[in-house]
Design a protein around this ligand. Structure first.
Ligand code: HEM
Length: 512
């Protein structure tokens, strides 16, 4: 007993000593870059969960959603657009954060020198190999197969379906009510995004009032399975199987996953055994056809990889879209003058068209697009984009005083693009804390706008998202005005207080 204790104490001592030596070495390596020195590494998942429960504490934790909260502050304090965080637990690690458009472009462009550290994405492999959680040859294969799936014809489908989902909401759900009161706008933006991905992603139409009967051989409707999977993906990814089998609620989540897989397997079977192939443009059908039709088989993926990629489309596209739409409506409610301008813009085009807008009309709604871009600038759904240096190198960033700093980046260092830092960087954006959509009309600093990342690993679903969102915003603003509900307890609050209250978010809002 005594000797076991002695061994344990010695091991702990060795760990502590090694950790401290490694921490010192890490600080020396980036001594030229200032930035937080922290006890808890906020990029590690477990630490992030524990850290989320803690408020920001200097030298200990940064708190939840720290990048969106601190925006450009760390860089302003450092006087340059790069900082280095050195964290101690679970293991000393240096991360370089960038908010400089030129340095970010360089890192995003040289994929071999700065690949994606896919070990940070291993949880996403739970559903099968896929384009987001891979690198090297596997990624090339997935990307070659998946990129053409997001075709012009798919985008047209996204537009048409979004318009009819919105009309269905107005006519058959909201009806003649002159005023609709919502507790939270994700109550409508999540279903909108879900229905669009249902039909344009999976090829199955689900609407506000349809898909209420469970088909034979199933225990859940497709709509319920899709809804549960899309909102509980995160829990399923992190919880071990035995946890998922503990309660009725978690068992139902498990069931939703197997039901969705079963629906997809049936869709594969139906499509493969159909005598005449129907021409379809949803992501699932096109992906399935592309992989079955390749004559020399070099572009094949397994059924598991097909499912893996579909789950990833759902994960990458659903909440990001729903939350961005929600922030858009919140900002329009907070800035009524901007909302009025948008109304006028949409009304003028609609009057000119004298019919429902079609996909061909999309590019006329320039202010809808500008409103969306400004929302993405202020509330980017992906705050960070991970890279890693595979060789010793240097990077150069701009300083607050107009000069430049060049610093060394040792091989193995993790680099993160600090998206809110870049989006609130006053070197690129005038008055960055104000919602001003018109900054996206005319010339704007494209390299300083990074919601979809850039380079070869940029978002594959950007056009899908933009099409859906422009259609949804345009339709909503053509019929309704959005206001913040007046509540007695908030009478007398300042604009800043109201802004903070309305835009406060927990990035895992719908995963709770
Ligand atoms: C507001 C909407 C969206 C935002 C802000 C967004 C953002 C991003 C970002 C930042 C990346 C790079 C991630 C990284 O490097 O780790 C990415 C990649 C990706 N996105 Fe999106 N996305 C959005 C919508 C969508 C939609 C609608 C889909 C699909 C239906 C989608 C599918 C993907 C896929 C498959 C990748 C991986 C691409 C690759 O690694 O080659 N995204 N997205």
């Amino acid at each position: 007993m005594h000797s076991v204790l002695l061994v344990l104490i010695s091991l702990l001592g060795i760990y502590l000593l090694q950790t401290l030596l490694e921490f010192r070495r890490a600080i020396r390596n980036v001594g030229h870059l200032s930035g937080p020195r922290l006890l808890l590494d906020p990029s590690k998942f477990l630490v992030r969960v524990i850290g989320s429960a803690l408020p920001p504490i200097p030298y200990v934790s940064r708190g939840v959603s720290w990048m969106l909260r601190t925006k450009h502050q760390d860089f302003a304090a450092a006087g340059r657009d790069a900082t280095a965080m050195v964290a101690l637990i679970p293991w000393p690690k240096t991360t370089i954060y960038l908010a400089d458009a030129v340095a970010i472009k360089e890192v995003a462009t040289y994929r071999a020198k700065f690949p994606k550290p896919v070990y940070l994405y291993s949880m996403l492999l739970a559903f099968g190999g896929n384009v987001i959680a891979s690198e090297g040859e596997d990624w090339k294969r997935y990307r070659t197969i998946t990129a053409p799936v997001f075709s012009e014809r798919n985008t047209r489908l996204v537009w048409d379906e979004t318009i009819s989902i919105m009309l269905d909401l107005f006519d058959n759900v909201w009806g003649d009510s002159p005023e609709i009161v919502l507790d939270h706008c994700v109550d409508i933006t999540l279903p909108i995004a879900l229905f669009v991905v249902g039909v344009a992603g999976f090829g199955r139409r689900v609407t506000w009032t349809s898909d209420l009967t469970v088909p034979p051989g199933h225990q859940m409707t497709f709509k319920d399975a899709l809804h549960i999977v899309s909102t509980k993906l995160f829990l399923k990814m992190v919880a071990p199987d035995w946890v998922m089998n503990l309660t009725e609620r978690t068992k139902r989540i498990n069931l939703a996953f197997s039901e969705l897989e079963q629906y997809m397997a049936e869709m594969v079977h139906a499509r493969r055994s159909a005598e005449t192939k129907e021409e379809r443009h949803d992501l699932f059908s096109v992906l399935l056809d592309a992989t079955s039709d390749d004559p020399n088989g070099s572009l094949t993926i397994t059924e598991q990889e097909l499912f893996g990629n579909m789950f990833i489309f759902l994960l990458a596209g659903h909440e990001t879209t729903a939350h961005t739409l929600c922030f858009t409506f919140a900002l329009l409610a907070l800035y009524p003058d901007e909302q009025e301008r948008l109304h006028q813009h949409i009304e003028d085009i609609m009057a000119d068209l004298n019919r429902m807008p079609t996909y061909e009309d999309m590019n006329r709604f320039t202010l809808s697009m500008a409103v969306l871009n400004e929302t993405l600038r202020m509330f980017p759904p992906a705050s960070t984009i991970y890279k890693k240096a595979t060789e010793d190198t240097n990077l150069t960033v701009g300083n607050a005083d107009g000069g430049k700093t060049t610093f060394s980046v040792p091989s193995g260092t993790e680099i993160e693009f600090h998206v809110p830092g870049l989006h609130y960087n006053p070197r690129y954006w005038k008055d960055p804390h104000t919602f001003r959509p018109e900054r996206f009309l005319g010339e704007w600093p494209r390299d300083a706008f990074l919601p979809f990342s850039s380079g070869a690993r940029a978002c594959i679903g950007r056009r899908f998202f933009e099409t859906e969102s422009i259609a949804a915003i345009t339709m909503m603003m053509s019929r309704y005005r959005v206001e913040v509900k007046e509540e007695p307890e908030f009478i007398g609050e300042t604009f800043e207080q109201r802004y903070a209250r309305i835009t406060a978010s927990d990035l895992n809002l719908t995963n709770a």
